[in-house]
Design a protein around this ligand. Structure first.
Ligand code: URA
Length: 245
């Protein structure tokens, strides 16, 4: 399939004058909406409860397989009571790209793999649009267990899982990270900036010195398909960064 076909599959029409002026006209409205949404439920670092922390010493020598086994036994937060199974993450262990979402949904909880539902199918198309097959990236989430009823992760759950994600990053040593959606972006980068303002910027994940780029979550795109154009801009920006490394 050529790139035009991928863009078609992803639902992006070819650029033309009429579409650009349409996009410009809705841009303010959309940004206001995004910022409004993002002022709610921001991860509040002050609320972190230290007793939910996984001991770094316990996992610092584990390889990816051993870490996955360790996580499968995790009972650090209450999500272990409602999960069917953990969703550790899948992909190439030497991937240049690490894609980080929020948390497993019902499909992922059932299958044990990240992004296998409708949002996952769109993510696959997004990756294809920039020439990446799912198998050549690594896909993981901030949380390894599904929050019941697809509610947002709680700060203590993010805290509990953070050491696992950090160990994954340490082991994978990706060249670039793409954070999908507000919760992934804010949790990973430890900021409360609205996602509309995080897009288009090159962040560095401090502890690891890894370039990190933020875009909208594919589930949001399913609800707001007009935003696909912005995500396409973000993906091109990320690809450009990856090529320059
Ligand atoms: N949404 C996410 O953020 N992650 C998944 O794995 C699935 C849906």
């Amino acid at each position: 399939m050529n790139r035009t076909a991928y863009l078609d599959a992803f639902g992006i029409k070819q650029w033309n004058r009429r579409e650009l002026s349409f996009d410009e006209s809705i841009e303010h409205e959309v940004n206001d909406f995004a910022e409004d949404v993002n002022t709610k439920g921001i991860v509040n670092k002050k609320n972190y409860q230290t007793e939910f922390k996984v001991s770094v010493d316990d996992i610092q020598d584990l390889n990816l397989n051993a870490l996955a086994k360790h996580v499968s036994l995790c009972q650090t937060c209450s999500l272990h009571k409602t999960r069917k199974q953990i969703v550790f993450g899948t992909g190439h262990h030497k991937a240049d790209w690490l894609i980080i979402g929020e948390a497993p949904g019902a499909d992922e909880d059932r299958q044990g793999e990240p992004f296998v539902g409708r949002a996952g199918q769109l993510l696959t198309q997004m990756l294809r649009a920039i020439g990446l097959a799912r198998e050549e990236v690594f896909i993981a989430n901030i949380l390894k267990c599904r929050p019941p009823n697809n509610r947002d992760p709680l700060p203590e759950e993010v805290q509990a899982c953070s050491s696992y994600l950090h160990r994954q990053i340490e082991l994978l040593e990706p060249k670039i990270i793409l954070a999908l959606g507000r919760i992934a972006a804010q949790s990973l980068l430890q900021v409360d900036t609205p996602i509309g303002k995080m897009r288009g910027r090159l962040y560095t994940l401090d502890k690891f010195n890894i370039p990190t780029i933020v875009t909208y979550h594919p589930a949001y795109l399913l609800r707001s398909p007009k935003e696909k154009r912005k995500v396409w801009e973000d993906l091109k920006f990320a690809r450009q960064q990856a090529f320059s490394l």
